[in-house]
Design a protein around this ligand. Sequence first.
Ligand SMILES: Cc1cc2nc3c(=O)[nH]c(=O)nc-3n(C[C@H](O)[C@H](O)[C@H](O)COP(=O)(O)O)c2cc1C
Length: 438
Amino acid sequence: MPGQQLIMDFPVTATSHLLPDYLARGGYQTLRRALTELKPEDVTKEVTAAGVLGHGGAAFPVGRKWAVVKLDDGQPHYLCANADEGEPGTFKDRWILEHAPHLLLESMLITCYALQVRNCFVYIRGEFDQPYRRLQAAVEEAYGAGYFGENVLGSGFACDIVVYRGAGSYVCGEASALITSIEGKKGYPRNRPPRLTVRGLYQRPTVINNVETLSNVAIIMRMGAEAFRKVGTAKSPGTQLVSISGHVNKPGVYEVEYGYPLEKFIYEDCGGVLGGKGLKCIIPGGISTKVMTAKDIEGVNYDHKAMEAAGSQVGSGGMVVIAEGTCMVRLLHVMLRFYHHESCGQCTPCREGMGWMHRIIERIVKGDGRPGDIDALVRISNANDGTTICGMGDAAGYATVGIIAKYRDEFEYYIANKRSKFDGRLEVAEAAGEPAHA
Ligand SMILES: Cc1cc2nc3c(=O)[nH]c(=O)nc-3n(C[C@H](O)[C@H](O)[C@H](O)COP(=O)(O)O)c2cc1C
């Protein structure tokens, strides 16, 4: 997009997922240089200096995570790329897997060299069919060209990769559940400590990074940390792949420089709201992030600090645009049905809490809501906060509290009148080709 600097800047063509195309873009030269000219710790130093943050949702600094792995501890180390991408509204990793799989693979190879990893994994969402086929084909091309195997590019460094397909569980995107799933067990998250970088896959030090996070590694090593830091803001260097959907004229995946004006992105670059409607709100970074009203986004720049100051988060970069006329009660209904269905059932507050919340919103939507229901939703959300092993219980609560705080009147109206405030005004959903009563 005009007016910003990009780092990935990866034009998609019909062949951009194939090795010859990637090589023509200078692909795998950075790996070759790292293996021949750099020590593993030099790579970590450069990535740390770049200040790149995790793109999976929590924005944890990559260098700090990698630093925990001791290169001389005599243990096998593992790397897992998190390609589960189960957060509703998020489909930016899918874009990398489909169009730039070699960027991920080259980045993973450089990361494996930095962390002295012999065996690495990509844990890919079960529903991702085309991305899986593209990635697996790229793995085979990379083996054929000598980038994986016993003696990578004749350097003496050995590295193998396994692409592991999930089975459609949202919780398996959580890092500890993900490794438990790779081990062939039920994908339950587990308590920390010990951290996964101390005891992870097969009880060994394991780094888990999101697909987009890892894809930054080859870019950082190619351009250098100093140049990387010139893009974005001081606290959020680089860019974010934003997947934008919902009531928006130009949905898709966009690379956005951190610090870019959010309104300009939505109204100009993405063409604004469908059908010329007003913007009601956005879900900025996957449904686990708090909604921001049209007023909340005024003057806000798209970076971690600014989004937090405005009451939400960058999250996983999965932005959903919601037009005026959309019923927030029904929206929360869809969200709570998802959370209830996806709770792994291990922690009581999440297992029972999600069920209670789902049943409450279900009866509101059916016209059987009770006056105390809104406060009950808030109470259960707050009781979940910090009481579960993984962040899912908290996230569902934040999303719920966020919607109720801003649209309580819609819930009150629904309960008092046994119908949505917006019934009979569903043009937006219809214009978007969605069923009126989804
Ligand atoms: C319920 C739940 C689901 C998650 N799903 C994903 C996911 O699909 N992809 C992802 O990268 N991170 C996901 N995460 C975050 C991971 O636990 C982890 O923080 C992330 O993969 C680390 O990578 P990063 O530091 O590069 O962001 C999820 C977390 C929770 C609590």
